[in-house]
Ligand binder design. Structure first.
Ligand SMILES: *Cc1c(COP(=O)(O)O)cnc(C)c1O
Length: 356
C-alpha cells in the first residue's frame, strides 16, 4: 500500500484526566475508556492528519450515513506492558490489513499503514499509564471507521471518520460456556460480509444468541447457511475442536473471519508437535466422536479471551457435555500465546511488536 506522508501528529491533551478514578485491580472488560482517542477524517478524497484528542462524545448529523446504511468496520487488538514497562502489540499489521479488507468490502476508503500505525503508537504513548500490568489484563484497542456524509440515499458516503479508542481491561472470563449448534439462523452467507469485521454482522447475531440464552446456553455455534451441517464459528470467535489428539479448525471463507488468534494458534500448535488439521467439520462428526469418547475439547479463539473453553454443546434436543481434562490443549496453548504476548518468553515467530 502507498504510504501517505504525515506531519507530526497534533496532540490535544485532556485537562481532566480520569486515570486516578480507575480501580486497576478490578477491571471489567471493555467498559472503561482511556483519556484520549485518535481521530482521523477522510474528506475530499483524502485522509487529513491524525490527531490525538480527549476521549469525548462526537457530533454527527442525523442523516449521517452510518445510521442508515451501516458502513462501519472495526478491529480489536491489545497492548501489553511487560515487567520492565515496555509496551508490546501482537501482530498489529494483521489488524491494519484486515480493516482494509473489511473496508474494501463495504466500499470504504483504505487506511494507509502509517496512519494506522503512527496514530496508534502516538495514542499509546499519550495514554501509556492506562495500560494495566496485573496478570491477564491489557489495554484493549478498538480501531473503527464509519461513514459521516449526510444523505438519505443508499449509496456509499464520501466522508469517513477513523477513530482509535482504548479500554484498560481485566482478563476476559466467559465462565462455563455451553453452546448451542444453530440449526436455523446464519451469521453469514456465501458472497456476503462474514469475513469482514463489519458492525452489522454482530447486530445480526444478537437475536439468535438471545434465543440460545433463553434455552440455557451462553453462545451459539454458527453453522453453514445452506445445510447447517458444518460448524463455522463460536459466537464472534473462531472454533477449534480436539478429537483424539488432533486439533481441528475449519478453513476460512467468505463466511468465516480470518482470526489472528486462530492462525497464530495453528502455527503455535504445529510448532509444539500437535497434529493440526484445517478442514470442514461436520456436526455429525462431533456427535460421533462424543459417543466414542474421542471428543476431548472445544474452544473459541479470539483476541479478547485468547481461548475460551466450551464445556458442552446442544444439538437439536440433546445436550453433549465435554469431559474436564487435566492437560488440555486450551490451557497449554493459551499459556504459550500469552507468554509471547506479554514478553515472558522468546518469540520465535516474530509476532511481538514493541511500541517505542
Ligand atoms: C474478531 C473475530 C474473530 C477473532 O479474530 P481475532 O483476530 O483472533 O481477534 C473471530 N470471528 C469473528 C466473527 C470475529 O469478529
Amino acid at each position: 500500500m502507498i504510504s501517505t506522508a504525515i506531519t507530526p501528529i497534533d496532540i490535544k491533551k485532556t485537562q481532566t484526566s480520569r486515570l486516578s478514578n480507575v480501580d486497576f485491580g478490578n477491571l471489567p472488560f471493555g467498559q472503561i475508556f482511556s483519556d484520549h482517542m485518535m481521530v482521523c477524517d477522510f474528506k475530499n478524497g483524502k485522509w487529513e492528519n491524525p490527531k490525538i484528542v480527549p476521549y469525548e462524545p462526537i457530533s454527527l448529523a442525523p442523516s449521517a450515513k452510518i445510521f442508515h446504511y451501516g458502513q462501519s468496520v472495526f478491529e480489536g487488538l491489545k497492548a501489553y506492558k511487560d515487567k520492565e514497562g515496555k509496551i508490546w502489540l501482537f501482530r498489529p499489521l494483521e489488524n491494519q490489513k484486515r480493516i482494509n479488507l473489511s473496508a474494501e468490502r463495504l466500499a470504504m476508503p483504505q487506511i494507509p499503514e502509517n496512519y494506522f500505525m503512527e496514530g496508534l503508537k502516538a495514542l499509546l504513548k499519550v495514554d501509556s499509564n492506562w495500560i494495566p500490568t496485573d496478570d491477564g489484563s491489557s489495554l484493549y484497542i478498538r480501531p473503527f471507521m464509519f461513514a459521516t456524509s449526510e444523505g438519505f440515499h443508499a449509496s456509499p458516503a464520501d466522508d469517513y471518520k477513523f477513530i482509535i479508542a482504548t479500554s484498560p481491561s481485566g482478563a476476559y472470563f466467559a465462565g462455563d460456556v455451553k453452546v448451542l449448534i444453530e440449526q436455523k439462523y446464519a451469521r453469514s452467507a456465501n458472497g456476503g460480509v462474514g469475513f469482514a469485521k463489519a458492525g452489522g454482522n454482530y447486530a445480526g447475531q444478537f437475536y439468535p444468541t438471545q434465543l440460545a440464552k433463553d434455552k440455557g446456553f451462553q453462545q451459539v455455534i454458527w453453522t453453514d447457511d445452506t445445510t447447517h451441517e458444518y460448524i463455522e464459528e463460536a459466537g464472534a470467535m473462531n472454533i477449534f475442536v480436539r478429537i483424539g489428539d488432533t486439533l481441528l479448525t475449519c478453513p476460512t471463507s467468505d463466511r468465516i473471519l480470518d482470526g489472528i488468534t486462530r492462525k497464530s494458534l495453528i502455527e503455535l500448535a504445529k510448532s509444539e508437535g500437535i497434529n493440526v488439521e484445517v478442514r470442514k467439520i461436520k456436526v455429525s462428526e462431533l456427535v460421533e466422536a462424543h459417543k466414542n469418547g474421542q471428543l476431548k475439547e472445544m474452544f473459541g479463539a479470539g483476541t479478547a479471551a485468547v481461548i475460551s473453553p466450551i464445556s458442552g454443546f446442544g444439538f437439536k434436543e440433546e445436550t453433549f457435555n465435554l469431559p474436564t481434562i487435566e492437560e488440555s490443549y486450551a490451557s497449554f496453548l493459551k499459556k504459550r500465546m500469552t507468554d509471547i504476548q506479554y514478553n515472558r518468553t522468546e518469540d520465535p515467530f516474530g509476532w511481538r511488536y514493541e511500541v517505542k
